[in-house]
Design a protein around this ligand. Structure first.
Ligand code: ATP
Length: 513
């Protein structure tokens, strides 16, 4: 069994080798934490975006979409709190000169304690065999309880000091826990400082008239400033939602872990406008709805968990993450935030425009509360991709690399392969491609032995291979090979489209939500 780092390295190299993700400007040695999507990556990314958009906008008659500009009036970011509070606490190690997020150092320390709990569980599971009750073990084993208590106490203290902006205490915590720089091993730390994550730029041609702008650090504000435009022109009644996907930019301090943490990334956000006082029930409802969306993709229930925030962002009164088991452990994939009326009320204040809703049932106007769901498209990509990549031992003692992407998201749905490059087989195969391409992305491949071509399509994640052989010439049938089971079946050419459609249609998958 390969270790976590090896698995993650394999994910990165596979993504490159098969045209999913390239380092940005690679010929100039790349740009840190910026990535480009290749010919297969863009298809997978588009499919994830569409799967989200259909679930949110098409299937909810009270949710509509917008596409706001990346540039926004600079006062937006005063009102949203980002100018004053969109900071990360950073700390430098004086020996390695390496910069870290102070909260991440502490959280990594806690993860090590949690790993000890996992170890105890594995050990006990082995000892007790079938009679092992994990929940009971977690609730009663004294060693586990000790670790849990320690981990919780550290997180609680971190949450409190960050909330109070007591950076001296964050440093004190790092020192008390004797956290060392992973690079130099030294505990020689600077003080903790705040660092704003927004990228600045300028609008206008002359130095005097140029206006300072920020690249948006989240897509949400484009929705807030358009709240009334959409509500009025769409005659929307509360509760209703506005959804948006688009680029966001953050000057991340710790920019590693591939596309997990990028400086330019894409978000898929939905703001749900609700009556004040109803936020608790909508918070629970959206937590459940979003988890169902994730589970509908069939990537394993055990790979998801909720994590409630100890430390709340400046705008939130409740917040939880949906965490996914990435190759480097459970990490945030999506955030669900109860944002109260923080954003709209502040935009009202800063713009002096009324941003209220007249509620005909209550016969009064109010600033709505907002429940937000926010997921990183690139992070979702990484979740899907890393979960799909598998090395399988086959019966004949060989292995195969297979990318078991949910068929609904796969870049190509099928590859059409003539068994040999003669006897009229390529022409029949090409004709099948020409018919299917009106419905799905399909590939054509006639190079190398058919076994090698199967392996290639397995590695790139194509759910079906359609092979045209000499029997096809006689009876208009082909074989369909299923990527995950490697089973083959013989079907009439006229049935091929139906077989694929059943497996890849968004409708079938979205029924799960
Ligand atoms: P983190 O704690 O990991 O920095 P966050 O809590 O700041 O994330 P949010 O502001 O809640 O993230 O953003 C919503 C979603 O956007 C996240 O759940 C994540 O999927 C995605 N996201 C945030 N920052 C990045 C980034 N730098 N690169 C890729 N995706 C990101």
């Amino acid at each position: 069994m390969a270790n976590k780092e090896d698995i993650f390295k394999r994910v990165i190299s596979h993504a490159k080798e098969y045209g999913y993700i390239f380092q940005s400007s690679e010929i100039y040695d790349g740009l840190s934490a910026v990535y480009d999507y290749g010919q297969n990556g863009v298809e997978l990314k588009n499919n994830i975006r569409e799967y989200w958009w259909r679930a949110m906008v098409q299937l909810n008659d009270n949710i509509v979409g917008i596409d706001a500009a990346i540039f926004m009036h600079p006062t937006t970011w005063k009102a949203s709190g980002h100018v004053d509070a969109f900071n990360d606490p950073l700390i430098d190690n004086k020996d390695s000169k390496k910069r870290y997020r102070a909260d991440v150092l502490v959280e990594d320390h806690v993860a090590k304690i949690e790993a000890k709990i996992d170890k105890e569980v594995t050990k006990a599971a082995k000892r007790f065999g079938d009679t092992f009750d994990k929940q009971q073990f977690l609730a009663t084993n004294t060693r586990v309880l000790g670790y849990r208590e320690k981990a919780d106490a550290i997180l609680k203290r971190l949450g409190k000091s960050l909330e109070k902006e007591d950076l001296a205490d964050v440093k004190a915590l790092i020192e008390e826990l004797e956290i060392a720089c992973p690079l130099s091993g030294s505990k020689n730390w600077t003080d903790v400082k705040q660092f704003n994550l927004m990228f600045g730029t300028k609008l206008g041609s002359t130095a005097e008239s140029a206006m300072d702008l920020y690249l948006r650090p989240e897509t949400a504000q484009g929705i807030f400033v358009n709240f009334l435009n959409v509500q009025k022109t769409g005659r929307m009644k509360i509760p209703f939602g506005i959804a948006q996907t688009g680029k966001a930019f953050r000057n991340e301090i710790v920019a590693r872990q591939f596309i997990f943490r990028m400086r330019e990334f894409e978000q898929m956000e939905m703001q749900y406008f609700i009556k004040p006082g109803t936020q608790k029930e909508w918070y629970e409802a959206w937590k459940e709805k979003r988890m169902k969306w994730h589970l509908s993709l069939g990537m394993g229930e055990e790979n998801y968990r909720f994590h409630d925030h100890e430390k709340l962002a400046h705008y939130a009164d409740a917040a939880a993450d949906i965490e996914f088991k990435f190759p480097f452990g459970f990490k945030e994939l999506e955030g669900i935030h109860s944002r109260t009326d923080f954003d709209l009320a502040n935009h009202e204040k800063y713009s002096s425009k009324k941003l209220q809703y007249f509620d005909p049932e209550e016969n009064k106007s109010y600033v709505p509360y907002v429940l937000e769901t926010s997921i990183g498209l690139d992070r979702m990509f990484l979740a899907v991709f890393s979960n799909a990549l598998q090395e399988e031992e086959l019966e004949n003692n060989t292995t195969r690399t297979v990318l078991k992407l949910p068929a609904v998201l796969a870049p190509n749905k099928a590859a059409v392969l003539p068994l040999v490059k003669k006897d009229g087989l390529p022409e029949i195969a090409q004709k099948i491609v020409d018919d299917l391409k009106w419905h799905f992305n399909v590939a054509y491949d006639e190079k190398d032995a058919v076994g090698r071509r199967y392996r290639r399509q397995d590695a790139v994640g194509t759910p079906f291979c359609i092979t045209v052989d000499h029997q096809t010439v006689e009876d208009d049938t082909v074989t369909i090979r299923h990527r995950d089971t490697m089973q083959q079946e013989r079907v009439a050419i006229s049935e091929v489209k139906g077989v694929i459609e059943k497996a890849v249609a968004m409708k079938e998958w979205l029924k799960g939500i």
